[in-house]
Design a protein around this ligand. Structure first.
Ligand SMILES: NC(=O)c1ccc[n+]([C@@H]2O[C@H](COP(=O)([O-])OP(=O)(O)OC[C@H]3O[C@@H](n4cnc5c(N)ncnc54)[C@H](OP(=O)(O)O)[C@@H]3O)[C@@H](O)[C@H]2O)c1
Length: 435
């Protein structure tokens, strides 16, 4: 009988996700063996602080604080990187790929910044590089984009890809409480970090949208290409008015392709409350994919957490081992092959919600509509309500589709009107239609 070949895995990082990976590999050993024909074993794990107290029942000998013990070990076939950060991680992974080791990584920051270089090195070294878990934790969206939609042309993605902000916004909507209070609640529950800026400023979601757009449109999309606005300015009043008009406010990542040009954004957006994404609440993630042939599909599930993320890591690991057995590693690596063309502001289109404080007197509405008429921005709906200040009123306007360039001009002109006291907020409005 042929001996079962053991595949040796080196873990870079043994924190939340790393421990989950070990649990799944150990707990599913028999299934993994059936699926791959191999015994898969974690033989070494890199940590920062070797003396840290951790839930680790295996030999202490398996832990190291020296990365080279793993990276230079010729017996280690696959590196799983779950330590985070860009440096020194990027150098470690480049080295590993150059040594012919396959890599699975959960590191969205690294993939968003250096994905193209790592993929190019993987291709050159005939190695696999997988990163399913870097976006939307337990949802297999990357595999869906790369394999499931390989024959289709994706024209639009809408994603709720940050659980922390989705928790805060859905709680603000359900409980009618302000942003600051819901942020503290998210921190108490462990959904938000002590320094929450990467989540609430939209940076985390922007990195994930850069990765998804890259794969969907086959263009080298960078973090800097993403138009970005966080949720810190979203007020309870905005949420209440949007509900009144039939919308929910979500931090949406939107990526669109029209005539070979793309736009990618992450910003608080009003989405029609009948759209399935409006019903994605709490820390859950969801990605809505529009394909020319397939039409509309939606992927929904846990966006983070130890076991959902670790499951995605181990699924990537299974793919790598299967490909090792077939001798086809690195063949599936497809670096971006289309030239990136970003749309200019006059081609980026949306409807908008504008909430403003005006002087409460006869003729204001007529004055206010002049800039709209001049710039040919048509109004879909207007709501007038009293402001909490004598002699002032609030106007809520929803426009029909207009370009970002026209919108910027319109806001400048409205701001210059004497009857306008203050523009509280502006949100894009998404009805969820295909492009
Ligand atoms: N947590 C999630 O739900 C989730 C979801 C999706 C993706 N991810 C991604 O997965 C990665 C890991 O996240 P995590 O939550 O598991 O992080 P974590 O709990 O902070 O664990 C990080 C691990 O890496 C080790 N480490 C960090 N820097 C190191 C260095 N310079 N040298 C040696 N070891 C180092 C740490 O060592 P010590 O143990 O000694 O401190 C720790 O074991 C990140 O890229 C994250 O963005 C996480």
């Amino acid at each position: 009988m042929e001996a079962v070949k053991q595949i040796n895995v080196g873990l870079l990082g043994l924190g939340t996700v790393g421990m989950g990976v070990v649990k799944i590999i150990d707990g599913h050993q028999e299934d993994l063996m059936k699926q791959t024909g191999n015994r898969i074993k974690v033989v070494k794990a890199l940590v920062k602080d070797i003396n840290k107290k951790r839930d680790w029942t295996r030999s202490e000998q398996l832990l190291t604080s020296d990365p080279w013990e793993i990276l230079r070990d010729p017996e280690i076939d696959i590196i799983i990187e779950v330590m985070g950060n860009i440096e020194p991680t990027f150098d470690y992974l480049m080295y590993a790929l150059k040594q012919g080791k396959h890599v699975v990584t959960a590191n969205k920051d690294l993939i968003a910044m250096h994905g193209a270089e790592l993929l190019a090195q993987a291709k050159e070294s005939k190695c696999d590089l997988y990163f399913e878990e870097s976006v939307a934790g337990g949802i297999p969206i990357i595999r869906a984009l790369v394999e499931g939609f390989a024959s289709d042309r994706i024209t639009k993605l809408i994603g709720i890809v940050n659980g922390t902000t989705n928790y805060i916004l859905s709680k603000m909507s359900e409980e009618g409480r302000p942003f600051e209070e819901m942020l503290v609640k998210a921190q108490e529950l462990g959904y938000a970090e002590a320094d929450p800026s990467s989540d609430i400023e939209g940076l985390d979601a922007a990195r994930k949208m850069a990765i998804l757009s890259n794969l969907a449109f086959h263009m080298e999309v960078h973090f800097d290409d993403v138009m970005l606005k966080g949720i810190t300015q979203v007020t309870q009043e905005d949420i209440q008015f949007s509900k009144q008009l039939g919308y929910e406010i979500k931090l949406l990542g939107i990526a669109k392709l029209n005539d070979n040009q793309i736009e990618v954004s992450v910003q608080p957006t009003m989405i029609n409350k009948e759209h399935p994404l409006a019903k994605v609440n709490g820390v859950f993630n969801a990605i809505y994919v529009y394909g020319e042939a397939v039409g509309e599909t939606m992927f929904y599930g846990p966006g983070a957490g130890q076991l959902p993320t670790a499951t995605a890591v181990v699924s990537d690991l299974v793919t790598v081992v299967k490909q090792m057995n077939l001798g086809v590693n690195g063949r599936g690596v497809i670096p971006p092959y289309r030239n990136k063309q970003l749309k200019s502001d006059d081609l980026i289109e949306s409807s908008y919600f504008i909430r403003l404080k005006v002087v409460d007197e006869v003729g204001v509405l007529s004055l206010l509509t002049h800039p709209f008429a001049d710039l040919r921005v048509s109004i879909q709906e207007v709501l007038q309500v009293p402001a909490n200040e004598e002699g002032k009123a609030q106007l809520i306007i929803i426009t029909h589709t207009t370009s970002k360039a026209q919108m910027n001009q319109l806001i400048e002109e409205i701001n210059a009107l004497d009857v306008v006291d203050h523009i509280y907020s502006i949100y894009p409005v998404e009805e969820g239609e295909a492009e």
